[in-house]
Design a binder for this molecule. Sequence first.
Ligand code: NAD
Ligand code: MG
Length: 392
Amino acid sequence: MAACKETRGLAVLGSTGSIGTQALEVVDAHPDRLRVVALTAQRNVDLLESQARRYRPPLVCMADAAAAGELSRRLEGTGIEVAAGPDGLLEAAAYPLADTVLNAIVGSAGLPPTLAALGAGKRLALANKESMVAGGELVLSALRTGGELIPVDSEHGAIFHCLRGEDVNDVEAVILTASGGPFYGRSREELAEVTVEDALAHPTWSMGRKISVDSATLMNKGLEVIEAHFLFAVPYERIKVLAHPQSVVHSLVEFKDGSLAAQLSVPDMRLPIALALSYPERWGPPFLRTDLAKLGGLSFAAVDVETFGCLELAYRAGKEGGTATAVLNAANEVAVEAFLQRRIAFLEIEGIIRKALDAYRPSPVRCLDDVLAAEEWARAKAARLVDSGRVC
Ligand code: NAD
Ligand code: MG
């Protein structure tokens, strides 16, 4: 007799985004395993309404209060509860019907829901790397009292799976692969001229706007270094980054006997999302198969840290510790938004973050307020630098 399959209640925070919509494709592929119980978004009322009508979760939330009012009118009579604002996000993150919470919000706005999900003992499938960067110590202390965290970021998902069944004391280093983004191989002079459109044209991944710019500056890899430090308890000296333009080897673990383990697949975020939602099982069939013969060669190279200064800034903030990583992340969020609004040039993103870190004295992280205060300082500092128009 076939075993009865368990259906997991799933809350998707940030369901209208790149990761959120791909997570719903994973649900479509496994309707007997996953049931959507909550959906949230910032202000895309049209898409959240159509998702709500399709998946019929008992709870939806819009972070933007005006958008929540509009959605509530549109969903009248459906029996779906519409929550609003930051409190609504926390309600969705800790929702009793959810076994698993996928946090696919962009930016450190995702930190309070991350802490709420873990505080409620959920399995947290974490795409929102900014939670870890801004409040890694808080996330780890929440994990010590309950909940479970499975990374969704493809690099960390790869390392997580390479470490299955291994003794963490045998790990020599973790090696994060980086596609290099759209500006791989460019000089600093060339980077001075790039446009928003150039930065958004990622060669191997299709993603949201903020992470696309982060990939172009290599800050995305910097944020991932900090994320790896907290997730796998590896010191910064033993986290390496390797350029790998094909994005097929998603990351590697080097063990103390010199062997390397890696996870490979053609780039498709539905795979790491599905791995996080199915763990410890694996669900088939695959969305895409990886034909290595067809792919031909895979190449690796050292990362050009002179040209792409953001990666070093992330290592620096990580080693400074305490609130420094929250400042790095918040300054980056402000600078990236200013670049997307065409208020600053591409290289000024790095300049703003560097100036913010130079002017900052980190302090220990004891509670969420410590992180929020550091972020407030960094956002104000970065906004002044944007307004001054004299960054580099
Ligand atoms: P996106 O911009 O496409 O989607 C973000 C989602 O979050 C949307 O649903 C939006 O409505 C919601 N949102 C935005 N601001 C919010 C706020 N202040 N409060 C509440 N909700 C808010 O972003 P994305 O590319 O899907 O990335 C989401 C997260 O996953 C990011 O942390 C990113 O770094 C990470 N990630 C993304 C990818 C990818 O392939 N897109 C890969 C790895 C990791
Ligand atoms: Mg990644």
